[in-house]
Each structure stands twice: as C-alpha cells, then as structure tokens.
Write a protein that binds this ligand. Structure first.
Ligand SMILES: Cc1ncc(COP(=O)(O)O)c(C=O)c1O
Length: 433
C-alpha cells in the first residue's frame, strides 16, 4: 500500500490563498488602543514590513509568491503527505489517517513558510534588523534561518520556561546567527516590570511580544510575528494547497481536517485552501482545532477586542482571548501557550465552520508516544494535540464502524522536545485539568 504521497518540486504552489476574498463579511479592523478607532494600515508599517501590511488587508484571492521565496521554499517543499497505515492497524479503525508533514522543513516546523517571505520583504524594503518572540523556539529558529540567508540581524525573546526546557533551540538560533534572550529579561522596561513583580515568572508569549516590540521601537528595527496575523496565515496556505493535490493522488478527499492552534497559523494554512475547495465542490468537511486545557483560548476564551501582548503595545484585535495578562501554566506545548487567536480562526469558530476541542497534556502525550511507536516520527508537543484528536476520531470511527478520511496538520517534529517526552515516560507530567 502506498504510504508517501510526494509532489515534484515544480508542483510547488506559486501563489498564496487569501481567505479575505471569500469571507461573507470583512474581518473587524485592528483598533488604535488610544483612540479605539480603526488603525490605518500605514500606522502598522512602523512595526511591520510594508508588503506584509498590504497583504494583511488585501482582499485579492491569490497573491503571487515571489520567485526568490519559491526558490528557498524548494529547499524542503513540497513536504510529504503520509498515510498512517501502522497507526490505523493498531487502532483497528476503518478510518484512513493522513498527515501532512511540516517537520520536513530545515528547522523542523511549518514556521519557515512565513519566516522566509517576512525576512525577504523586510530585506527588500531595506530593513537590516528584526526582533521577534518565540514560544517553543520553532518560530525563533525559523526566522533565524531565514534572516541569516539574507544578512539580517535578529534578536529573539524566548519564553523563559521554554528556554530552560529546550536548550538546543537556543543553540540552533545562535548557530544561524540570531541573538537569543530569555523573557522576561532586563533588556526592556516591559521585562524589568514583570521581573520586579514576579522574579520567577515562567514568561508567556504575550510578555515576549512586548519585549520584542519595545526593542524594535527603541532601536529602529522592525518586528516580525510568527502567527495570528492574516498575512502569516496566508503564507502558510502552501500547506493546504499541496495537501489538496496530494490527497487527489491518493484518490481521497478529507472528511475531517485536524490541527493544533497556538495563534492559528499552521491550522489556518492547512484548512483555509481546503475550506475554499470544499465550498466550490459542495463537499462537507469537519474542521477541528485543538488546544491544551491549560490554555483554552477558543474553547473557554471570550471574543472581544484585546491586546496581543502583555504590556499593551500592540493594536487591539478582535479575537478569542483569555485576557492579555494571562500567564498559562508551564506546559510543554510552549507554542500553544498564547492568550489570543488569529482573527480569521475566531471568525470561523464563531460561524461554526471550525469546531474547537481542548485536551490535557497527559492524554496528548500518551497518544503521541503511540504515534511515535507506530509511525516512527516523534510529534512536537503542539502537534501532538492534533495527533491525539485525530486518534480519538479514528477510535470513534472504529466504535461506529464508520470510514472517515482524516487529515492531520503535522506542524512539526519533537526532536528538540525530548525533555517533555522524558517527563512523560518518567510519569512526571502533571495533569492541568
Ligand atoms: C510545532 C508547532 N506547532 C504549532 C504551533 C502553534 O502555532 P500556530 O497556531 O501559529 O501554528 C507552534 C508554535 O510555536 C509550533 O512550534
């Protein structure tokens, strides 16, 4: 039985898909926190590359991927689609389980799909210094890889608990030439304030974002964000476009698409092109977004305007939020410890297109270990949430004797997350729910 469905290098998508062309009503605009008025796109260019801001508000259905970006994508894209036949057998399920493997990228996750164009546009516009935050370290290493190829200096604020859990992410960011700082730090006012209130703060993405923005604004650098924003989700749509072609080669169409959501970018990148395609074909697909019970943004958060960061420096976005002061427990899925959500994902959850589900890390790791023992690939802790949800679906199919085609967004491998697996195998991983 065929297990890998590969595309050729010349099958790489040449444009990104922009869902904003197909929404029945426009997204609510970002607001200026001082005036509560919609923020002009020009105001955003103080922080972000101008081209990224144009893409953020664009309603063109497709945006061409610059040839130079395609060239770099070809270092690892198209990524493989696998059929998880061993897992199907072990679960004794009639379901067919596929996973789109973004762990094939140079730094081990989907984050390179947006790091490369963001670094490229910044360079084109003359920016030589960038700052950013990183949770699990996947985004920081992806941007460090993308910046070094273009000679851009980068400072990464890494959430302190992840910095301690994942020392080799630090090494990787430095290997590519980036500077890495554990957040909260004494490098910024925002960091110093948190440290004075709580010297043992494990940090959060919200705090690290404040530090990265403050450093950018005070040094004339620009800032790059690895998730949440519309243009970031759009850059990730290469995943969904490739998956559609690969499922066609497999002679199947997904009944259920499952992913994990931190800020929403890998799941958005997978599901948005499939949603568009399914609507055109009149097909019904279940879209399931998974998150940790320890940081239940879309299952328990409110939908309202909120800041993207702790120190209230970002524009206000209308999104699911747990409140921008929320510091999640130090679970191992560092990339899912974010209080907010991509406005696009929020909209689709509100409209009932996406079904949100939350899982405890102990249940998630149990299935991640079973996945590794059957399919051999070790999922990142974030990805494991999607893997667990898909396995639960497949078990339900077994109980009901139902054949479903399940597609997992496999956002990254867990080779730098072995301390989490060590903790699980030693029975030291605690339930948070
Ligand atoms: C492997 C992996 N998957 C998922 C995520 C969650 O981010 P997003 O929802 O933007 O895909 C992260 C974030 O760091 C990650 O590293």
């Amino acid at each position: 039985m065929q297990r890998i469905f590969n595309l050729n290098q010349h099958d790489l998508p040449t444009r990104w898909y922009n869902i904003q062309a197909d929404l029945d009503r426009p997204l609510d605009p970002p607001l200026d926190p001082r005036t509560q008025e919609p923020l002009s796109p020009e105001a955003l260019t103080a922080l972000f590359a101008k081209t990224c801001v144009e893409q953020e508000v664009s309603t063109d259905r497709y945006i061409d991927i610059p040839p130079e970006v395609q060239e770099t994508y070809r270092l690892w894209r198209p990524t493989p689609l696998y059929r998880a036949t061993n897992l199907e057998r072990v679960l004794d399920t009639p379901a067919h389980i596929y996973y789109k493997y973004e762990g094939a990228s140079p730094t081990g996750s989907h984050k390179t799909n947006t790091a490369v164009p963001q670094a490229y546009y910044n360079k084109l516009e003359g920016t030589m210094r960038l700052t950013t935050e990183t949770g699990a370290g996947q985004w920081g290493s992806a941007l460090s890889f993308a910046c070094q190829a273009l000679g851009i200096d980068l400072t990464v604020f890494m959430v302190k608990i992840s910095y301690q859990q994942k020392p080799y992410r630090k090494a990787m960011i430095e290997l590519y030439g980036g500077e890495i700082v554990a957040s909260p730090s004494d490098r910024t006012d925002a960091g110093r304030k948190i440290l004075s209130e709580n010297p043992d703060s494990p940090g959060s993405l919200g705090i690290a974002i404040s530090e990265a923005i403050e450093l950018a604004m005070s040094t004339g650098a620009k800032y790059a964000l690895g998730s949440v924003l519309n243009h970031v989700l759009m850059h990730q749509t290469v995943i969904g476009q490739e998956s559609l072609s690969q499922m066609e080669i497999a002679g199947e169409y997904p009944d259920a698409v499952v992913g994990c959501v931190g800020g929403g970018s890998n799941f958005g990148g997978l599901m948005l092109p499939i949603l568009h395609d399914a609507q055109e074909r009149g097909r019904k697909v279940e879209f399931i977004a998974t998150e940790p019970t320890a940081c239940p943004t879309i299952t328990k958060g409110e939908v309202r305007y909120d800041f993207g960061d702790e120190a209230e420096m970002t524009p206000l976005l209308r999104m699911h939020t747990l409140g921008h002061k929320f510091v999640p427990p130090p679970i191992h899925a560092g990339g899912l410890r974010y209080h907010g959500m991509a406005p696009i994902i929020t909209r689709l959850v509100e409209d009932g297109v996406i079904e949100p589900r939350a899982y405890d890390q102990v249940d998630v790791f149990k299935d991640a270990v079973l996945f590794a023992r059957t399919e051999a690939i070790i999922p990142a802790p974030e990805t494991s949430h999607a893997v667990h949800a898909a396995m639960e679906l497949a078990r339900e199919c077994a109980r009901k004797d139902e054949k479903k085609v399940i597609l997992i967004g496999f956002s990254g491998h867990g080779h730098f997350d072995m301390s989490a697996y060590n903790a699980y195998l030693a029975g030291k991983l605690v339930r948070t729910s």
